[in-house]
Design a protein around this ligand. Structure first.
Ligand code: NAP
Length: 273
């Protein structure tokens, strides 16, 4: 008797570093007793075409896509969802009949912790203008928040996104004077390692009251979020987005829902090791 063949899933990126995605998805497969496995596939840019060929020929049922492939992978898929089209980036691959679909679950992941607050949030300030910022902007607009300002260390990138999303851009040095009740950090400032003490928004920049949302989730409480809390602001850590975008991927692949709380506990435990 032969062992049943497992369905194969994975993540491509370069460098992949210590990604939490295999733990997340393998835990989900285990939770629902699915004969599937999710692996890390470190893939330098020159190997992307080869990987996509394997995706079509091996028993691969889905993949997560991260830096630097989120944009370049779009030329290898058969269909792009409207959400991925709007962002201009794909973070999830799955099959629909005989077509490889490129989707973007970062948008839903970003929106998840804001759903209950959207009526009270009117003015958003986005710090940073890289790949994650595009998913954030698409999410804010999908939530109906129309007053959005972006700023970035390199002004031109903020101006490009301001044009793409029809929003305002301000100079990085003027970010503290923007009137906003939602401030989102999409830069790696505050991430464990050399940037851990850095913050894109200092104490005197927090005006009145609002919500500070950090995309960084290692550490869970960044300098940005600690400073916001001290200023009386509500905070949302990046693990909410990570858990929600991963749960959305899992649902696209299997039709099943991993509770976000399960993912939070799993990743928090791994981060504290
Ligand atoms: P990216 O495309 O490389 O963009 C990075 C952005 O941060 C750029 O706008 C860059 O400005 C800015 N930046 C970098 N270092 C800076 C510094 N020292 N001071 C000021 N600005 C700085 O990266 P990304 O894909 O957007 O990811 C950004 C962060 O979001 C990462 O920490 C990533 O882990 C996190 N993220 C989290 C989730 C989640 O699920 N929670 C999902 C996606 C991303 P310049 O243009 O001037 O270089």
């Amino acid at each position: 008797m032969t062992a049943p063949q497992k369905k194969l899933y994975g993540i491509i990126g370069h460098p992949l570093g210590h990604t939490m995605s295999p733990a997340l998805h393998n835990s989900g497969f285990n939770m629902f007793s699915l004969q599937s496995v999710y692996m890390a596939f470190p893939t330098p840019p020159e190997k992307l075409a080869e990987f996509m060929e394997s995706f079509r020929t091996l028993p691969m049922y889905g993949a997560s896509v991260t830096i630097p492939h989120k944009e370049t992978v779009m030329e290898y898929v058969d269909t792009i969802t409207p959400r991925a089209e709007k962002v201009g980036a794909v973070n999830t691959l799955y099959w629909k009949d005989d077509a490889i679909v490129g989707d973007n679950t970062d948008v839903l992941g970003f929106m998840a912790p804001l759903k209950d607050k959207k009526k009270t949030l009117k003015k958003a300030l986005v710090l940073g203008a890289g790949g994650a910022a595009k998913a954030v902007l698409a999410g804010l607009q999908e939530l109906g928040i129309s007053n959005i300002t972006i700023c970035n260390r390199t002004a031109q990138r903020a101006e490009n996104l301001a044009t793409q999303f029809n929003i305002d851009a301000v100079a990085w040095e003027n970010r503290g004077s923007v009137d906003a009740d939602l401030v989102i950090n999409t830069t790696p400032m505050g991430m464990s390692g050399e940037h851990v003490d850095a913050t894109p928004f200092t104490a005197e920049m927090f005006q009145e009251h609002g919500t500070a949302y950090d995309l960084v989730y290692n550490p869970l409480e960044t300098t940005f979020l600690r400073t916001a809390k001290e200023a009386g602001w509500e905070t949302i850590d990046g693990l909410h987005m990570f858990a929600a975008q991963g749960a959305e991927q899992f649902k696209l692949w299997t039709g099943k829902n991993i509770p976000h709380e399960h993912i939070r506990k799993l990743v928090s435990n791994l981060l504290s090791l």
